[in-house]
Design a protein around this ligand. Structure first.
Ligand code: AMP
Ligand code: FE
Ligand code: FE
Ligand code: ZN
Length: 283
């Protein structure tokens, strides 16, 4: 059984519609796929219908924007109730912060002499709910300023680059609690992938687990083989679920093909069990 628990559609910053993504999952030989768009569940319904048609199981998820010690960290949430008032209010705040910073980033790029407008970004974002830097990057590609999203991040949009602007994200512990309150299973995404091993220590992961964190995404392209083994050990010590996944973004990210990493069936079974328990106990 092949299980990929982290993917994006164009509802956030992937390049496939939710239905196309489900068809791609079937074509890639996956049995189970989680749709985990950034900060939104807006793709679930379309994905569920298409998943049923092609015979793959859809796990409804999201990848939530959080902050921990000044760094952005992503929290995967499986089976949360997206209509839980606490969670949906917070997501509205996060999505507002996403949209609100686009004009500022555009002004910064204009100051560098690049002729880009907010409309250019809006056009790339299309029907996207979770607008972000990837859509600014796509506009830069379309305008011929850079060749690929990756280059846009390296030159302009990555942290510390001249077009970058911070946005609001929920404190990580608060988001863990909100996901649990909404009956979801919180799993820390690519914990050491973006900001390295010091950005969240084993002790801090243990403290997060005390506040309700239930899993670690271990097998991910942004983790080195050594980091994966250390994280697997931490998860084992704490009794956390271990996941592996592609973090597929369609053509928006290279080296993240569907199924490039997968999750063990017994770990998915634990996520399903925890979700059922969390739903019973939820606030
Ligand atoms: P934002 O949520 O607007 O801050 O943008 C962050 C998103 O940009 C992440 O979810 C990634 O999918 C994407 N991203 C981050 N770094 C890169 C990169 N170097 N190349 C391509 N995409 C990236
Ligand atoms: Fe993304
Ligand atoms: Fe992520
Ligand atoms: Zn992701």
């Amino acid at each position: 059984m092949r299980i990929d628990l982290h993917t994006h559609s164009l509802v956030s910053d992937g390049t496939d519609t939710p239905a196309e993504l489900m068809r791609a999952a079937a074509a890639a030989g996956l049995d189970v796929i989680a749709l985990t768009d950034h900060d939104t569940s807006a793709g679930w319904a379309e994905a569920a219908a298409a998943a049923q048609e092609v015979g793959v199981r859809l796990v409804p998820g999201m990848e939530l924007s959080t902050k921990f010690r000044g760094n952005g960290h992503h929290l995967l949430a499986y089976h949360p109730d997206p209509n839980h008032p606490g969670l949906s209010d917070e997501l509205a705040r996060v999505l507002g912060g996403r949209e609100g910073r686009v004009p500022g980033m555009v002004s910064r790029l204009q100051a560098l002499g690049i002729e880009i407008t907010v409309e250019d970004v809006a056009r790339e974002a299309g029907a996207t709910v979770a607008m972000g830097r990837p859509h600014v990057a796509d506009a830069l590609v379309r305008l011929g300023v850079v060749g690929h999203r990756n280059d846009a991040f390296a030159l302009y949009l990555g942290k510390g680059r001249p077009g970058h602007i911070e946005r609001y994200a929920t404190p990580l512990v608060d988001m863990v609690r909100l996901v649990r309150a909404a009956g979801g299973v919180p799993v820390l995404a690519h914990a050491w992938g973006r900001h390295g091993q010091d950005s969240v220590s084993a002790e801090e992961i243990a403290a997060l687990a005390e506040h309700g964190l239930q899993g670690l995404e271990v097998d991910h392209q942004d983790h080195s083989p050594e980091q994966r083994e250390i994280l697997r050990g931490i998860a084992g010590d704490l009794g956390l679920v271990v996941t592996g996944s592609s973090d597929h973004h369609g053509t928006g990210k290279t080296d993240h093909d569907l199924g490039v990493h997968t999750t063990a069936p017994e770990m998915l079974a634990r996520i399903d069990q925890l979700a059922a328990l969390n739903r019973e106990q939820r606030a």
